[in-house]
Design a protein around this ligand. Sequence first.
Ligand SMILES: NC(=O)C1=CN([C@@H]2O[C@H](COP(=O)(O)OP(=O)(O)OC[C@H]3O[C@@H](n4cnc5c(N)ncnc54)[C@H](O)[C@@H]3O)[C@@H](O)[C@H]2O)C=CC1
Ligand SMILES: O=C(O)CCC(=O)C(=O)O
Length: 530
Amino acid sequence: MLKVLVSDPISDLGIQQLMDADDVTVDKNTGLSEDELVQIIGDYDALLVRSQTRVTERILAAGKKLKVVGRAGVGVDNIDLKAATQRGIIVINAPDGNTITTCEHTFAMMMALARHIPQAYAQTIVGTWDRKSFLGVELRNKTLGVLGMGRIGSEVAKRAKAFGMNILGYDPFLTEERAEKLGIKLASVNEIIRNADFMTVHTPLTPETKHMIARPQFEAMKKGMRIINCARGGVIDELALVEAINEGIVAGAAFDVFESEPPAQDHPFLSHPKIIVTPHLGASTVEAQENVAIDVSEQVLHILRDEPFKNAVNMPPVPSNVMTQLQPYFSLGEKLGSFAAQVTNQAVREIHVDYAGDLSSVDTQPLTRYILKGVLSRHLGSDVNIVNSVHLAKTRDIHLVVSQAPATKGFTNLITVTLKTQSGEEQRVAGTLLAGYGERIVQLNQFPVDVAPEAHFLLISHNDKPGIIGRVGTLLGENGVNIASMQVGRKIVGGEAIMILTVDKAVPKDVLVQLVGLPELNTAQEIVLN
Ligand SMILES: NC(=O)C1=CN([C@@H]2O[C@H](COP(=O)(O)OP(=O)(O)OC[C@H]3O[C@@H](n4cnc5c(N)ncnc54)[C@H](O)[C@@H]3O)[C@@H](O)[C@H]2O)C=CC1
Ligand SMILES: O=C(O)CCC(=O)C(=O)O
């Protein structure tokens, strides 16, 4: 039974499909400390979190069975991605489900800021009828600067237009063309700082965005600007902002997020009359919490069941049509990698993967990960998977060369894996997916073969002499090893030849020794494909 731990409050409706799955048990255990999580995580195959649980290296290290960490939301800054990648743990998020909700919260904050709603409410409920202190401003005809024009930033811009605002947008990926389509003006950060009446940030927190609005930006800022942050604490320097408000540069600020959450009791934002705050509520609506939980549960189930999945944060994104095209090749690719690694007797220095035919015009990166997994698992075992296979190859200085070509030597698709060692040894194995027949290994070094990749192979190199096939068959029969299929390959009559046998079970070591003792037989090796 697969076990999933939900360690933050996540919508029950959203995780219903996980709870309904016959092969999964779900434990909800929220508010655990790091130590408590370290204690129990070893039992679980998947961990589901929101933003409260900090998924640290210690927790990941203790998660011996952990295959996936699912983040019900966008930001994954509470998860140690590097440690997860090194351990081959897939991290997925739910990037779309809370876009509108967070955009609407940004608007709620902008309007509350423009009209002093929280401050006025606080006075009104204690009996102070003060209609003078809370003079607001309209949004209409004001300039809104949006830093970060991704999912949320773009939705904010759309709605701001409906309020009659002029929008200046900055994003390293925003083109003039897209800005025009969105009906906004592409601007630099400096132009936004100098011209905006309201500014809202919608970037992740990265080394580049950390304190992107700090003292120098406040010094250059248009007087009276109002600032909203519903993205990540730290994009705006909090102390510099308080200074800028006190100096009259900034008219007010609305923050949903903090550099450290929850903020300390004496955090200057909490007592400042011109700063309004919410406790990271951007994504907190019934709809968004259901959406993100459904999205992430669905992907976690796929991952636990070894099915294709999307939204992996520590793997490059792959469009679903590409994934559908590649998926039938994953198992073949891994077997070819594993086969090649088992016939290579020295440390691999280079892995060449050549894709041909149908595979020549598709992004084959995910398939390459399976091939690398196959190659590396010979020595690294279950520590290697498709998340860390590229990383592990790099850390071992193994050079990967991938090529794609339309020609296929007669096959509609062909994958050739060549392993090169430091001493110049080269082992090549090629395979194809035959319509109606499935996976086939079609080349082994210089020998053309045609064999289905089964669990147990015997690979024999011999001289092409009469009688050898019979002698091998007799010896295996006498030792209770049943032959399922046999293929013989040779380049020239009477020359060097290979025999590939599929057998029904593992071949005992002493039988391999006896095989090598047969006349005209050079080597005998067992290959196991899982
Ligand atoms: N308050 C809350 O509860 C929530 C907060 N968020 C946060 O909101 C932020 C935005 O989320 P999405 O729009 O979904 O992400 P997104 O990935 O769609 O957009 C982020 C954009 O920021 C841009 N960007 C990166 N570096 C930049 C820079 N130096 N200057 C300007 N733009 C830069 C990126 O190019 C990207 O287009 C994220 O930090 C996310 O974690 C998201 C959901 C809820
Ligand atoms: O789970 C939450 O409420 C936080 C949402 C968030 O910040 C995100 O999705 O990036």
